[in-house]
Design a protein around this ligand. Sequence first.
Ligand code: PLP
Length: 431
Amino acid sequence: MHIFDEIESEVQSYARSFPCVFNRAKGELMWDEDGNEYLDFLAGAGTLNYGHNNPVFKKALLQYIEDDGITHGLDMHTIAKRGFLEAFNDHILKPRNMDYMVQFTGPTGTNAVEAAMKIARNVTGQQNIVTFTNGFHGVSLGALAATGNSHHRDAAGVSLSGTHRMPFDGYLGDNIDTTEYLDKVLSDSSSGINSPAAVIVETVQGEGGINAASFDWLRNLQTVCRKHKILLIIDDIQAGCGRTGDYFSFEEAGIEPDIITLSKSLGGYGLPFAVVLMKPELDQWKPGEHNGTFRGNNMAFVTAKAALETYWKDQKFSEEIKRKGRYISSRFESIVNQYGEGNFTVKGRGMFQGINCINGDIAESISRKAFEKGLIIETSGADGQVVKILCSLTISDENLAKGIDIVEAAIREVCASVETMPEETQYFEVA
Ligand SMILES: Cc1ncc(COP(=O)(O)O)c(C=O)c1O
């Protein structure tokens, strides 16, 4: 590990949880330089929904490179870009009757969020964006202002402004619809909440602890947005591209966001790529206003097109994800019923699920124990208290079962070694 210790910055994070040097990867498997095999339940934090080195995408990419296709073209028109736009229109937008313009931003999620927030502010002339507790939208300053986590926020070095934090679904307990609170403060000129440009929300908060908003809450949120003429931005960077079962995580809720951000698995092969989708009337950009040298990654266009044509030309892949999601739910339910003394809970939906272990130390021990057994699985949430499953959507049934068996064994061993199991804090308990 010498060179990493010697000159790689302290900012490393995943490398600390999984201390080995990786060498090869295929599908849901990774190998380190000593030949040890690992099952990957992290999948590039949701970037490898179609597995590592997907053979279909690899073939398309190798052919493109072999043909001296354009690797970098700023935002100029290329055959690769045309191919992506046509495939995205044919397989994603048109079948869903979605009328959106596509903006290629810098290739990270946080840059797409920056662009989405700028559009909302510039079009409405309002500055504030409503964001939610436990939301994660990236770490550049604009997006960081929308992110809740203090560990990331504290690194900003300047005050983070232009946002108002509201309670996410479930934050105040199961029976409180927090959109009613949002409606109230937006209706009250003395609430101290300025009229916002937009709301930005994840349908399932990935980094914030796999908190899934109910479909009713999402519909109510849209109603409040429409009532107060504020834009609804869905940040689908982690929950989108099939993770919850449909291409977009909000489809089942039947809502129609004004702006959508996508990145992570959009490119399919793990290549950096991000877009903003916006309703045509919101596309009021002046040329080059939101600029960037790496806007539109041509290699990612090629693999993204292959992903859309391979997996999204019909309903089969979506049905498979939902079937695997049901399997994960049933296994996780049985695990929480057996261990954690009834205190652990299952969170999330589709193939975006986790087990809330209440306490970050326990979740971390489970992740560490799983790694010793050959499984790469991370934690999320304010205290890292949720063990989160984020395996590739293309994983075989055998490896999905094998990975969950390892999670179960790790939980069993960790729980057996813990003297008292933590309980979730109840904030509104009547004394
Ligand atoms: C919902 C969401 N938005 C934005 C981001 C930021 O993306 P990136 O890390 O590519 O900047 C993330 C990253 O995890 C995310 O989960």
